[in-house]
Design a binder for this molecule. Structure first.
Ligand SMILES: [Zn+2]
Length: 255
């Protein structure tokens, strides 16, 4: 399996001729703001997609202008209650996956995993599901978390019981400066800080961590790489820096 980071929660996973794109965020501007780094791959360089996964309905993950840029001849996988937002886009097939559901997409078996993140599209009371996914081929299982919030995440330890994960892609904040998230450690709130991401990674039992949810939304005057440097620092404190595979936007990694 090969993993290419395109920025934010967008990953391109390839196995043989099959390719899955997660949470595509590919436009030059996001919510009117210029992105901090360009998409890791130009649209013309994307392979033919077998499937696209959407983790939840927030606009940085279910980004309709980005989906509109992609060919529609593939399977679009969304959480429960999210199909209504994408049906009119004309994808070959739209599948809503509830927690625990699996679907085969070429060489990939894709399983929806519970994750602790606020629901809704624009408001938390909207009834839309929130998934993370394990994408497995014959050799590897790759966990793509999408978004996680502060609070209990028992699902991370449960992953270790169920899968032998080659890698876990976990969000490291990235919407605000690291100190903002650090101040909220141990409290409730949307998104997690890099150290919490590192702790959750250890619970997953995965061999390698890939930091995601960074590199696109410009933070308040802080370096774009600030959250990944903070993850590396947490890993170094455990003498485990070699377990973090930082992929800069556009960088690919053969698992
Ligand atoms: Zn997000």
């Amino acid at each position: 399996m090969k993993c290419t980071f395109l920025g934010h929660s967008t990953l391109l996973l390839q196995s043989g001729v099959d390719a899955v794109l997660t949470d595509p965020l590919l436009t030059p501007r996001i919510m009117l703001k210029k992105r901090a780094t360009p998409p890791g791959l130009a649209l013309k360089d994307l392979p033919r997609l077998t499937a696209i996964t959407i983790s939840h309905a927030h606009t940085d993950h279910l980004h309709l202008p980005s989906l509109a840029l992609l060919p529609r001849d593939c399977l679009l996988i969304v959480p429960s209650g999210v199909g209504r937002f994408v049906r009119r886009l004309g994808f070959s097939e739209v599948r809503e996956l509830a927690w625990g559901d699996s679907v085969t997409a070429g060489a990939f078996m894709i399983t929806a995993i519970p994750v602790n993140h606020v629901r809704g599209r624009f408001f938390p009371w909207q009834d839309t599901g929130v998934n993370s996914y394990v994408l497995a081929d014959a050799a590897h299982a790759f966990f793509a978390a999408g978004d996680i919030d502060f609070g209990p995440s028992p699902e991370m330890a449960q992953l270790a019981d169920r899968f032998v994960l080659s890698a876990a892609a976990l969000p490291v904040g990235g919407m605000r400066e690291v100190s903002y998230y650090e101040r909220r450690r141990g409290k409730k709130g949307v998104h997690i800080d890099p150290r919490t991401a590192w702790e959750l990674f250890l619970q997953t039992g995965a061999r390698m961590m890939v930091p995601i949810h960074w590199g696109v939304v410009r933070m308040a005057g802080t370096p774009v790489r600030e959250p990944v440097e903070a993850v590396l620092e947490a890993a170094r404190a455990h003498q485990m820096a070699d377990r973090v595979r930082v992929l800069d936007p556009g960088e690919a990694w053969e698992l």
